[in-house]
Write a protein that binds this ligand. Sequence first.
Ligand code: CA
Length: 628
Amino acid sequence: MIRFIGWLCLVSYITVAGALAQTGAPPAIQRIEPTNWWVGMKQTTLQLLVYGPQAGTMTYSINYPGVQLVKTHQVENPNYAFLDLTIAPTTKAGTLQIVGKAAGKSLSRAYELKARSREPKGQGVNSADFIYLLMPDRFANGNPSNDKFDDMLDKQADTKSPYLRHGGDLQGVMEHLDYLQELGVTTLWMTPVIENDEALKQEAPDRMQAGYHGYHFTDHYRIDRRFGGADAYVKLSKALHQRGMKLVQDAVYNHVSNDHWMFKDQPTKDWFNQWPAYTSSSHKEQSLYDPYAAESDRNLQLNGWFTPFLPDLNQRNPFLANYLIQHAIWSTETFNLDGWRVDTYKYNDLDFLNRCNQALLREYPNMFIFGESWVGNPVAQAFFVKNNIKFDFASNQPGGLDFVFFGAALDALKQNFSWDDGVNRLYNTFAQDAVYADPMKLVTFLDNHDTDRYLSMIGEDFNKYKMGLTWLLTARGIPSIYYGTEVLMKNFKNPSDAEVRRDFPGGFKDSPENKFLASGRAGKEADAFNLVKKLAIYRKNTPTLHSGKLMQYVPQDGVYVYFRYDANKTILIATNSMDQEKSMETSRFSERMKGYSQARNILNDEVLRDLKTIKLPAKTVMVLELAK
Ligand code: CA
């Protein structure tokens, strides 16, 4: 999700529907959510949201062996009822009838309790994996017939406008799984695929933008038709698992689009965080962990809105909390997800986050969850994941996106070497890993859909490009790459983030080049692709890089050395960040190099037969696998 942008205060506050809907129509049931459930889940309770005109005024009953309707809740809006069910462990799969009665009339709706599939799910993502982040609208268009629909609020698709939808879809992703696998990718993370049936939004004073990025949900239980809908998503998930690959879904618990059906007819007055006038989040997460913070500051960070058109969900409402948690479980079970990336993590109610993580982990003990908390230092980052610090709040989140690594790696490449700067930034960052319960579970990256592109940030310097990617794929953590970085896509977010979300060359009918194919990658692009591939495949085949220890040495004279090692293997990663060649005496690394007499540089297969002094050309990195 994008960060705060200053123009927002100019946009008038959207009036939240004050009067909750009252209709004279006879009661009806239009929606039951979750739209189905399963037997044999560890959690034996289920809370159904029943929606329709006057749905909350009916008396409900369910007659199905093993299923009990324990309680029906009415809320302020008569169009909603919440039904608490228990599902006994012995309950058989089948279809039950939910019967609603009012004024002598009765109506019933079928509800399916499915048997759980044997498809792999909840496998988790770990440091043996390599994650590829892509935006389905911008990666490849596999089905031009679903690019736009006249009965959706945004009826346009045009690859010529950076702000409109481009027509990319899940079929397009399917068609390029060979490409991802060739690159060494094991795990796919896509920006959200949930329906964004919304009108163009005023993202800046001078531009209207489509919800092509997927972060503006309008219906939790629909996969966007323009991506191919639920059928295409199930197909993609199966195809990934058949290849031994994994699938991560992008969650947004913090807000929804103001075109979400539930915002248009709000269940309760406190479903969304309300303010007398439009109030933006402070975006100051410090107030959450600061021992000296004012309560009003915490409140503003958590309950202020992200933008005027993204109503902020109040997860302290227990019905909403259940709704979001059950949706996460429903999605995992329906689409056989292996991990969750959580958008705008630092803006959510903290107790809710822990409850949601715990519910997912209870059903899927290996589930990997990594939130987006855009912070600048290890203490802040540790607060949002399992950590070793005595904060007032103890997060149970297994992993997190490593924004601290991101900042440090970029500084290490951009800054001149000095006491704290240059490669010392990276060294200092790893040196503070004691704050995390498990730093190997941090998801590292060099750019993403909300940042300038990596190549542009490092001044299009290919030597630096190689260094950063080598760190990403050999240091601790779970590496991830943003689509196109491997073929040198570049750009700054100027004038907008659409510039870093350009179409993957070759994914669209009007693409002038096809960089999915080796024949379409020229010069440095081919070198870049081959470097990422070489490192990713090496990493995949080298358990030392998944679970081996890390030892780093104090950088000297712009040279930074770290080792990955275990009982089987020792790998030396040496970076010369300076403009001059360096002759590196290795005697100070004897703790790790004792007994080794030669090495192979896995980047170019060069064999070094004398390890006493290693020559490091200017601006280079070496990955040396040591041998006796
Ligand atoms: Ca399409």
